[in-house]
Design a protein around this ligand. Structure first.
Ligand code: HQG
Length: 180
């Protein structure tokens, strides 16, 4: 497989494990796990992969998007789901500030409503502004918000950190947001 094919296969796996497992006729369990053999079989109809290739995709992923279970019979996405699965994230005390990158076109609505998860389960936040700019650029001209996460936590909002380092929370009301 060429690097380009590997990248396309990885995107396809992300779609299956986060949003639409039905694309290849599989289901995820309540913790987001898919059966590795079923995944390989389903993905292979479009991109021929085997366990070695899948292991390479998981290991080489630039954002560490996927994890295997211990005996590598199951695989799941670490975060980013739109379907309701519980990937058993630990509740953690966030740093005093976190960041969220978005597109300019969403600013008016965010300033009125705060940050909402839209199609995903959580709002995604990062500890650094570089990541926020990159995430925001996916939506056009990037705009970065500073989130007063320490204050949110103090006020009872719950934060999670995915195993690949993405900060997650259900919503960010406007009073905890500041455009930078
Ligand atoms: C915006 C990628 C209007 C929100 C990235 C965002 C991330 C609002 C968009 C991960 C809003 C949703 C997630 C409101 C939020 N009104 N727009 N009230 N509240 N929004 O893609 O955070 O490569 O679902 O600002 O790196 O951009 O897929 O979320 O712009 O970690 O692994 O609605 O996806 O990771 O867009 O990105 P998304 P996101 P992967």
């Amino acid at each position: 497989m060429t690097n380009k094919d590997l990248e396309s296969a990885s995107k396809y796996i992300s779609l299956i494990l986060r949003h639409k497992p039905e694309t290849i006729g599989i289901t995820l369990d309540e913790h987001g796990w898919a059966n590795v053999d079923e995944l390989i079989k389903g993905v292979s109809k479009k991109y021929p992969i085997n366990i070695e290739i899948l292991e390479n995709i998981v290991a080489a992923d630039n954002k560490k998007r996927y994890s295997f279970n211990d005996d590598k019979t199951l695989i799941r996405a670490n975060q980013g789901h739109s379907i309701p699965v519980d990937v058993e994230l630990a509740i953690v005390n966030p740093p005093e500030v976190l960041y969220h990158g978005t597109g300019e076109k969403f600013v008016e609505s965010i300033d009125a409503q705060g940050l909402i998860p839209k199609s995903r389960l959580y709002v995604h936040l990062s500890a650094d502004t570089d990541t926020a700019v990159k995430v925001g650029s996916r939506h056009g001209n990037p705009v970065v918000y500073k989130i007063f996460s320490g204050k949110m936590f103090h006020d009872g909002h719950v934060f999670y950190k995915s195993v690949n380092g993405v900060w997650l929370t259900k919503e960010v009301p406007v009073e905890y947001l500041q455009k930078i």
